[in-house]
Design a protein. Structure first.
Length: 303
C-alpha cells in the first residue's frame, strides 16, 4: 500500500486549516453572546428597557440572546456595588444618571435611552401641602416656603441644592414616598416619565397624593444602560446597536410608541406648565461625554 508523503505544501495547508479553525472559533465567540438584563421591578421603564435591548441586539452583527433576571430592589449605591462585581450575574441594568458613575464612565453606555425625558421633573405633594400650594406661582416662592424630597446621589438633588432649594435626602424611592406620607418634606421630586405610574400606585394604597400641573423643571438627565465593570464587549455591543438603531430611525419609532403608551405627546408635554431650567454649575462627566445629538428638547405646541 502506497502512502502519500507529507510535503511542505501539506504542512502549510495543515497550518492554514488550523488558523482558519481558530479564526472561526474566535468569530463565534465575538458575534454570539448572552446579555443578562437585571431588573428590580415590573415597571414601565423596565419593560421599555427590555424592548429597547431587543431592538438594539437586532441592530448588531451576529446572534445574541437576551435574558432577564429579577433581583431584589437596590438603591443606587448597592446597584453600583453589584455592577462592580465582575462575577455578578448581571450583564446590564438601567439607572438614572448618578454621581456614583461620574468616575466610572467605562461602565456606562453614553446614550440617554429616553433622550432626556427623565430630565423633565415634576413635583408631587400630599393633602397637607396641597392646601398651601394654590397661590404658588414662582420659583422664589417654592424656595422660600417648601422643602423638596430627593434621592441621595441623584444629579437632580445636586442641582436643586445648587439653585437654592432646601433638599431632604432619602436613600431609595420607596423611602421617599413614605417620607412624603409622614410629612418629612413638602414636595417630592419625580420624573415626568415615572410620576403618573407611581402616583397611581400610591392612590391604590389609599394615599392622597397629587402631581403639580404648574411647573416642570428641566435639566440634562436620563436613564442609561450600565454594564458590569470591565465588560467591554457588552458595552461595545450596546453602543453599536443603539447608534445603528438611532441612525436608521427604528429607535425613535420605538420611543414614540412608548411615549404614546404613557399618553405623553412630545408636542404638548409642557402645555400649561411653566418651564424652569436648572443649569449645572459643574456639569457631571457623564453628561459631558454624552453626544449632544441624543438629547431631545421638548417645545410647547403652538395651540
Amino acid at each position: 500500500m502506497n502512502k502519500t508523503p507529507y510535503t511542505k505544501g501539506h504542512i502549510r495547508r495543515g497550518k492554514s486549516f488550523v488558523f482558519l479553525f481558530m479564526a472561526v472559533l474566535f468569530t463565534v465567540d465575538i458575534h454570539a453572546s448572552e446579555v443578562v438584563f437585571c431588573k428590580t421591578t415590573e415597571s414601565k421603564i423596565n419593560s421599555y428597557a427590555v424592548g429597547l435591548l431587543k431592538l438594539v441586539l437586532k441592530n448588531t452583527n451576529g446572534e445574541h440572546r437576551l435574558s432577564t433576571l429579577n433581583v431584589p430592589y437596590m438603591n443606587k449605591k448597592r446597584l453600583f456595588t453589584q455592577m462592580k462585581d465582575k462575577d455578578g450575574p448581571c450583564s446590564v441594568v438601567i439607572n438614572g444618571a448618578s454621581t456614583l458613575f461620574n468616575n466610572n464612565i467605562d461602565m456606562v453606555v453614553t446614550f440617554p435611552i429616553t433622550r432626556g425625558l427623565l430630565g423633565y421633573r415634576v413635583l408631587v405633594f400630599n393633602q397637607q401641602t396641597r392646601a398651601n400650594w394654590t397661590n404658588i406661582n414662582s420659583l422664589e416662592q417654592i424656595k422660600n416656603n417648601f422643602t423638596i424630597g430627593s434621592g441621595a446621589h441623584w444629579h437632580s438633588s445636586t442641582l436643586f441644592k445648587e439653585h437654592g432649594f432646601t433638599v431632604v435626602h432619602g436613600n431609595t424611592t420607596q423611602l421617599l414616598w413614605l417620607m412624603l406620607k409622614s410629612n418629612r418634606f413638602d414636595l417630592l421630586n419625580r420624573g415626568i416619565l415615572e410620576s403618573e405610574e407611581e402616583v397611581n400606585q400610591r392612590l391604590a394604597l389609599g394615599d392622597e397624593v397629587y402631581i403639580d400641573k404648574k411647573f416642570v423643571f428641566h435639566l440634562k438627565l436620563d436613564f442609561f444602560f450600565i454594564v458590569k465593570d470591565g465588560d467591554t464587549n457588552t458595552k461595545q455591543l450596546l453602543t453599536q446597536g443603539l447608534e445603528t438603531a438611532y441612525n436608521n430611525g427604528s429607535y425613535q419609532q420605538y420611543l414614540d410608541q412608548y411615549l404614546e403608551s404613557l399618553f405623553i405627546n412630545k408636542k404638548n408635554i409642557l402645555d400649561g406648565r411653566k418651564v424652569l431650567e436648572l443649569e449645572y454649575q459643574d456639569m457631571p462627566e457623564l453628561i459631558k461625554v454624552t453626544p449632544d445629538k441624543y438629547w431631545y428638547k421638548f417645545e410647547k405646541s403652538n395651540h
